[in-house]
Ligand binder design. Structure first.
Ligand code: SF4
Length: 293
């Protein structure tokens, strides 16, 4: 298999087989991210993709799922992506679910009709690293799109029948804008129909502009309890139904089941309990050992 570093895969999707079709991230400018700092974006050579598919077909000819890598394979043009999906169907004729991840802006160059074609070829679920629905925050972290873009592109996915995930990056607005980040994100997410809402907590990694800003006093990170307060505010204001996943922030609470709206009160109680009684020092220690997103 032709895997090139750095490779990220969604751990909630089947982690075999994986097919890398791009290297790096086209954007590579989010202030909190160092994942692809030293990797130039390029398309994986088509012959590599085909060789990898042949290898997968030998090991698992009846595979029904596959996850596409790396940061944002969705950025490919419709034609190129369609060709790769056709190759997947050729080598893995039982394929039912093709998972991929991407940026909200990767969807701009695809029409609803094209997305429907991709879905018909198996692309049924996409994870979008949205991070915030608050325009001040999106600009501050250099995300490269606006809340209006989020709504437009997510609604296109809904029309095309493609399931999608939205992520909320807890803490990324810092203390200066925490409240607005939580409320506006919940407001924008609630106007969409994600299959999953996932939340992760901000870690300031070496070699990121956000860490440098924090060191200069231009960005004030949240404490663990402030992070939980922000997450609570986000949850209180979130009104779309979805599977709700939180990690990075809470230890010992399982919030990974579906039916968010039915479980919202229970989630809120758990968060309040964690704010009052949680071991915040331990959470900070776990966060400090993290090496990457
Ligand atoms: S967070 Fe995602 S979009 Fe932003 S630079 Fe990192 S990989 Fe690219």
């Amino acid at each position: 298999m032709h895997f090139t570093e750095t490779v990220y895969r969604n751990p909630y999707w089947p982690t075999f087989p994986l097919l890398q079709i791009t290297q790096g991230c086209t954007h590579n400018k989010c202030k909190f991210c160092s994942m692809y700092k030293d990797v130039d974006f390029r398309l994986q050579p088509l012959e590599w993709v085909e060789e990898d598919l042949k290898e997968i077909a030998e090991i698992s000819p009846d595979a029904t799922t596959i996850q596409l890598l790396s940061a944002n394979p969705l950025v490919m043009s419709f034609e190129k992506l369609k060709h790769i999906l056709e190759l997947i169907n050729k080598y893995l004729p039982n394929i039912e679910y093709i998972y991929t991840q991407g940026r909200v802006s990767d969807l701009k160059n695809k029409t609803v009709a094209q997305l429907k074609e991709l879905r018909a070829l198996g692309m049924k679920e996409i994870s979008l690293g949205v991070e915030s629905g608050d325009d001040w925050t999106l600009e501050r972290i250099n995300k490269g799109y606006t809340s209006e873009d989020i709504l437009t592109q997510c609604h296109k996915l809904e029309e095309a029948g493609i399931d999608y995930w939205m992520t909320f990056l807890n803490g990324v607005a810092g203390a200066q804008h925490s409240r607005e980040h939580a409320i506006e994100s919940a407001h924008i997410f609630s106007q969409c129909k994600p299959k999953v809402v996932g939340t992760g907590g901000l870690t300031l990694f070496p070699d990121t502009p956000l860490l440098q800003e924090a060191q200069k006093g231009e960005f004030t990170p949240l404490s663990e309890s402030q992070m939980l307060e922000e997450l609570l505010l986000f949850v209180e204001n979130l009104t779309c139904d979805a599977t709700f996943i939180t990690h990075h922030t809470i230890s010992g609470i399982n919030l990974t089941e579906s039916d968010f709206l039915k479980r919202k009160d229970q989630i809120i109680s758990s968060l309040r309990h964690e704010i009052k009684y949680g071991n915040h020092d331990q959470m900070a220690m776990i966060r400090n050992t993290k090496k990457t997103l």
